[in-house]
Write a protein that binds this ligand. Structure first.
Ligand code: HBZ
Length: 841
């Protein structure tokens, strides 16, 4: 490459290239240098935010040295790379994670103490990187951590939203959304103004035959928006690998056309163009499991897919290989259907720009992509209207039609008598207007399709994608059960537990091989160990109680049973079932004598989670939870026996405080609706029990930890359809205990009874789609069992330890290795040599 330093001058370069700090003094020197020079502050003017900034910049320097080396190593090795395309990366905070991953947290702790700061206060200064909604976005972040830790050459590609998921406030019991502007100071990104891609929108398609008689297709005019790369280093744990997350930011193109506009006096309209361009990457859509077909969302999707694909192709072309080798060098994973246009874009690049034949190109495309489905909910399956795509991406629509035509012809050949089948599997839905079914396009354009837990992967094969199993056979569809990174969700969030585990099994190796946790089982009867285990849980509950005290202004008793449900608010996740159960409990307490009350197990019911701003029913559920809290928490009959807490603005950094503090957490979706769930894994890994339905990964968690260690209830997925049918056509009656709860609400016990009318009538009059009434008895009975079980603390701790010991399967490392072996066909890079060099210096 012509930009590299000539061989004979490299000595000087090597002599001065930075090595990165390793000692406390070196850390302090780096941090102070950054505070005084980069930030222009002094020791008379250094608050916690400045100390955070200096510390973050010092660690950033360290990461980027390893980042550079990793990228060189990976280019040199010239192996196949994986690209993970996700519209969401819910990264949370970076500093604590970086310190732990490079193994220098203690160095920083001592250094910061020297400089007059407590490390926890410094870590807490950081704004979460909240570029995601929930499970899907956090999964992408856990995957990046695992891919780096396992030394895979893997990049993430996403959008650099100016506004992440909104901040949630509760005012008068209602959710209020505040914009999350997070980029004021972000030391974790490197703008790459030299890495940009021009992305085209609108315009028209010109087809003609050139002088040599070749068909030429060109997409002309329209508008150009420039994508600029921002790179975020992703450090692996205990390894020199630092991978890259590349986020694209949109800017008006600086092409001649636009300069002309500025110069010719159209200043205002040129500025307006510029703002319109910047709007593309301005804001994360705050819906989870809902698609609303907005044009700006489609623009985001194409902008990001096009920029990423051109970047990937550019890198491939540098290798001077033949196109037929593309999928030996490149694997691309689609995180849900959001990046499906990448399939169409690669076909367009190969056919229109590189001149390959259609079939040759299509073979390359389909052997490159894999598609992960995250939901069976019909309202979440993406469809885009044909007229919308026609206008925004005219050439892509033609390609989609051509893909569909070829696919349908092949289906017709194999199933000549099945005309209905053609309509059912067509990418185009024959509605008014016609719609493009993105999941079908993703299936047809990929070589593998996977669900995210066993039940879910079975369900997609037997329901929404049934016809594609018929067409392709079952082998195209597979399961990769989700996982979580134990680095963030155990070591970082629960350092004391991590340390205790390490002391028992002899090292921190379990953080890299989570199956080693099984070495804990022999200690389940070790009295001293159990005591420490219980003390750590208690300390974590005290920490959460302090958080509740400072944020909500009231105290909860850390000796009470902490019952926690934190996740996005959604009817299918059934926070309403939980709060109805709480009301049921409240009514029971009210009707008891003081003696009876003495026998009860005190409970703190904690809720947290955001509702999509336009999801009115979810907002009503939040409102009810808050109103119940207002009444219950100040009722003198109740006292410590029941407290109801709604924690505002649930996010990754709050999860790190909440997850280690549960006795019980709730994963109670209607069976068959939650694809996997991942917080269920986090809670169990931190020694909490769970109450759950036979849904998503709860089923596999049960298989691993044992039925005696989980509280299961409710109807099975296979019975849900019949029950729903029965609600409409049978003699459907609402559960009488639930009716009493509704009467209590309707009496105005929790204020304005009208406010909750729709929540109740959805169940009583409109068919109870999520089976709240059907599962209510079983839910309440199981909660009673939990109270009983909690009274025997010794047995409880045994369950807790046993469960943790059996959670090895749920690491995202296992999950990434499965993707690598069965879908991506990639191998980790050997970093032994690098590790050795480092150990010597
Ligand atoms: O993906 C979640 C599933 O609900 C959960 O069961 C699973 O564990 C997790 C990881 O596989 N899905 C989401 O979080 N989905 C979204 O957040 C979403 C966001 C934007 C959309 C659609 C879905 O347009």
């Amino acid at each position: 490459v012509e930009s590299s330093i000539p061989e004979h001058m490299r000595e000087a370069w090597k002599k001065f290239s930075p090595k990165g700090f390793t000692t406390k003094d070196e850390f302090e020197s780096e941090a102070v240098k950054h505070i005084e020079t980069t930030l222009a502050r002094s020791l008379f003017n250094c608050d916690e935010l400045a100390a955070y900034s200096g510390t973050a910049l010092a660690f950033r320097d360290r990461l980027i040295i390893d980042w550079n080396k990793t990228q060189q190593r990976q280019s040199f090795a010239d192996q196949k790379r994986l690209y993970y395309l996700s519209l969401e990366f819910l990264m949370g905070r970076a500093l604590d994670n970086a310190m732990l991953n490079v193994g220098l947290k203690n160095v920083a702790k001592d250094g910061l103490a020297d400089l007059g700061f407590r490390i926890e206060d410094i870590i807490a200064q950081e704004h979460d990187a909240a570029l995601g909604n929930g499970g899907l976005g956090r999964l992408a972040a856990c995957f990046l951590d695992s891919m780096a830790t396992l030394n895979y050459a893997a990049w993430g590609y996403g959008l650099r939203y100016r506004y992440g998921i909104f901040k949630q406030e509760i005012q008068d019991g209602y959710q209020v959304e505040i914009p999350d502007y997070w980029l004021d100071f972000n030391p974790w990104e490197f703008p790459r103004h030299d890495v940009s891609v021009d992305v085209q929108f609108y315009g028209w398609v010109n087809k003609y035959t050139n002088d040599e008689g070749k068909q030429i297709v060109s997409w002309q005019d329209g508008e150009i928006v420039t994508a600029t790369a921002y790179d975020v280093p992703v450090p692996g744990y205990g390894t020199p690998t630092v991978n890259n997350l590349r986020l694209w930011s949109s800017k008006a193109s600086s092409g001649e056309f636009d300069f002309a506009k500025f110069n010719s006096g159209e200043y205002e309209s040129a500025v307006a163009d510029e703002q319109r361009a910047e709007t593309i990457s301005a804001v994360l859509y705050p819906n989870d499991n809902l698609e609303r077909g907005k044009e700006l969302r489609l623009k985001q999707q194409y902008f990001w897919c096009a920029a990423s694909l051109h970047d990937i192709v550019r890198r491939f072309k540098k290798s001077k290989r033949k196109w037929s080798e593309f999928s030996d060098q490149v694997a691309i994973q689609l995180n849900d259907t959001h990046p499906t246009l990448a399939i169409v874009e690669l076909q367009r690049i190969l056919v229109d720009m590189e001149g390959l034949g259609w079939d040759e190109a299509w073979t390359i495309v389909t052997s490159t992509f894999g598609y992960t489905n995250h939901t069976v909910l019909p309202e979440a399956l993406e469809k885009w209207s044909v007229p919308l795509i026609q206008n925004l991406l005219p050439r892509h629509l033609q390609i989609i039609y051509e893909i569909n035509l070829q696919f349908l012809q092949s289906v017709e050949k194999r199933f000549p008598k099945d005309r209905d089948l053609l309509g059912r599997v067509s990418i185009i839905e024959e509605s008014q207007p016609k719609m493009v079914r993105m999941a079908y396009l993703a299936i047809i354009g990929s070589h593998k399709v996977n669900g995210v837990a066993e039940l879910h992967s079975d369900l997609i094969k037997t329901t929404i994608f049934k016809d594609f199993v018929k067409v392709y056979g079952p082998d195209k569809f597979t399961n990769v059960t989700n996982g979580i990174t134990p680095r963030r969700w155990l070591h970082q969030a629960n350092p004391r537990l991590s340390e205790l585990i390490a002391s028992k099994i002899g090292s921190y190796e379990f953080l890299k091989d989570l199956t080693l946790l099984n070495k804990l089982e022999p200690f389940v009867d070790d009295k001293e160990f159990k005591k420490e285990w219980a003390e750590i849980k208690y300390a974590n509950k005290v920490r959460l109680a302090q958080h509740i005290q400072t944020t909500k202004g009231y105290s909860v008793n850390p000796k009470a049973l902490f019952d926690i449900q934190v996740k996005r608010i959604h009817e299918y996740k059934r926070q309403q079932l939980n709060i109805f159960g709480v009301i049921h409990r409240y009514m029971a307490i009210k009707s008891m004598s003081p003696e009876e009350r003495k026998k009860l197990v005190p409970r703190v019911s904690v809720f947290g989670g955001k509702a999509a701003p336009g999801y009115w029913m979810a907002k009503t559920i939040i409102h009810l939870i808050n109103k119940v809290g207002e009444v219950v928490n100040k009722d003198p009959d109740v006292g410590d026996l029941l407290k109801v807490v709604f924690l505002e603005d649930y996010n990754v950094s709050k999860a790190e405080i909440i997850v280690p503090a549960s006795d019980i957490s709730e994963h109670i979706s209607t069976a068959g609706t939650e694809a996997s769930g991942t917080s269920n894994m986090k809670f169990v890994l931190n020694g909490g029990m769970i109450i759950g339905t036979l849904d998503g990964a709860n089923i596999e968690i049960t298989r691993e930890i044992g039925e005696q260690n989980i509280f299961l209830f409710g109807n099975l997925s296979e019975d849900v359809e019949d029950l729903r049918h029965h609600h409409f056509y049978g003699d459907y009656k609402v559960n009488p205990e639930l009716v009493k709860v509704f009467d209590c609400i309707k009496k105005g016990t929790f204020g304005d009874e009208g406010a909750f009318g729709a929540l109740i009538s959805g169940i009583v009059e409109h068919g109870d789609y999520y089976l709240v009434s059907d599962d209510f008895n079983s839910y309440c009975q199981t909660q009673d069992l939990i109270d009983e079980a909690y009274k025997d603390q010794d047995a409880w701790v045994t369950k807790s330890i046993t469960s943790v010991a059996r959670m090895g399967f749920f690491t995202s490392d296992r999950c990434i290795n499965e993707y690598a072996d069965t879908i991506w066909n990639i191998e980790p890079l050997d970093v032994a040599e690098e590790k050795e060099v480092r150990a010597r210096t």
